[in-house]
Design a protein. Structure first.
Length: 158
């Protein structure tokens, strides 16, 4: 059985550009930068702030711990993003009836309005990124990404 490194001559030779984690990071950063540029211009939102808003918009009220788990961001980054969003009046904090030590965060009316405005922009950005991919390639790409994420989670837990 061949190893993944043997399948990748660049990584075998120690070239960073051929190393999967590096490739994933660079691709993620490039996509995040594109999205960030579009959101920053129109809504004055940075990537962590938008990620928090996206989770709250999709899932409803959540604790900062929930947001950290859902976004896979560092808890300090989530805390900072929540503070900014709260100061801007896009997120409100309420007591958590299930756990008195934490608070629930949820989008305000203004936050929901921005979320509803951003979603079409996000979907257009996705269409722009997938331009030139056929439906089968898009489905395969998503499946492979999910498989890689799940494998990384398995390795982290095991």
């Amino acid at each position: 059985m061949t190893s993944a490194t043997n399948d990748n001559p660049a990584a075998s030779a120690g070239q960073l550009a051929g190393f999967l984690p590096y490739q994933l990071s660079v691709a993620s950063n490039a996509v995040s930068e594109l999205i960030s540029e579009r959101y920053r211009k129109r809504f004055a939102l940075k990537i962590p702030e938008w990620r928090v808003m996206a989770v709250l918009g999709d899932a409803g009220a959540a604790t900062q711990r929930d947001l950290t788990e859902a976004t896979l961001m560092d808890k300090v980054a989530v805390n900072r993003a929540c503070k900014v969003l709260e100061e801007r009046g896009l997120v409100a904090r309420a007591p958590n009836a299930r756990d008195g030590r934490s608070h629930l965060l949820e989008l305000t009316g203004e936050g929901r309005a921005i979320h509803q405005e951003v979603m079409p922009l996000a979907l257009q950005t996705e269409r722009d990124l997938f331009e030139g991919f056929d439906a089968a390639e898009r489905a395969q790409f998503r499946a492979l990404l999910e498989r890689m994420r799940a494998r990384a989670a398995d390795l982290t837990e095991g």
